[in-house]
Design a protein around this ligand. Structure first.
Ligand SMILES: O=C[C@H](O)[C@H](O)[C@H](O)COP(=O)(O)O
Length: 232
């Protein structure tokens, strides 16, 4: 599992602080990645303690971890709404909650789950916090559209690279059977409008720019956690 950047302790504090808000009866979106995994483990302990919740996984990885720690699951294709989702980010602006996600190629399902959640808590370590988003944006594409989408991204000022797998020959294949283009735009001044542009390109399944979704950002440090509440 990807662990670049912050320390395990920072991630654990953020994940556990967010998980502490889960209450009996909630349906909870389970994010993907090394930081969200700490929240999933904390929720497993809550279930062990008698709290009755259901989880909705955003990836095969989070589904396996949720099963391992005993969280009862509902399938994403059966739910209309969720109470709360806890998820990580590759980069986040704490003032607005805008973030880049998809370092683990899970952003398509993550965005569906976030979009139907009353609350979205982003959990992060300090290395993820920025004033301006400027990392590459992961873009999930239909395999047949990788060349046409790459050309469209170039026209929009981006430089796209097909994400290669590390322990398999060829490209990364997402849980949905698609490819991922990592597209650099430099500093992103208007993430919402860039997101709308990306969504309009035929063949794009989903992009990793999340705007207007987060309701709080939890940033864990070595000693404590800071919570930034977002007015969305
Ligand atoms: O596709 C993966 C997700 O968007 C992750 O939530 C994101 O990459 C952050 O992961 P991590 O907490 O491991 O840095």
């Amino acid at each position: 599992m990807k662990t670049e950047g912050g320390t395990t302790e920072q991630k654990r504090r953020a994940g556990e602080a967010a998980a502490a808000h889960v209450e009996d009866g909630m349906v909870v979106g389970l994010g993907t990645g090394s930081t969200a995994a700490h929240a999933i483990r904390a929720l497993g302990s809550t279930v062990d303690g008698g709290c009755e919740i259901h989880g909705v996984a955003t990836s095969f990885a989070s589904k396996m971890l949720a099963r391992e720690v005993g969280i009862p699951l509902r399938s994403l294709d059966t739910v209309e709404e969720l109470d709360l989702t806890i998820d990580g980010a590759d980069q986040v602006v704490t003032e607005t909650g805008a973030c880049i996600k998809g370092g683990g190629a899970a952003h398509a399902r993550e965005k569906i789950v976030a979009s139907i959640s009353s609350e979205l808590f982003i959990v992060a370590d300090p290395s993820k916090v920025t004033e301006t988003l400027d990392r590459s944006v992961p873009i999930e594409v239909l395999p047949a559209a990788r060349t046409s989408v790459t050309a469209a991204l170039t026209k929009h000022g981006g430089t796209a690279t097909l994400r290669e797998a590390t322990k398999k020959d060829g490209p990364v294949v997402t849980d949905n059977g698609n490819f991922v283009l990592d597209c650099s735009f430099g500093a992103i001044g208007g993430p919402r409008s860039l997101g709308e542009t990306l969504s309009s390109i035929p063949g794009v399944v989903e992009h990793g720019l999340f705007t207007g979704l987060a309701t709080a950002v939890y940033v864990g440090t070595a000693k404590d956690v800071t919570c930034y509440e977002i007015d969305r």
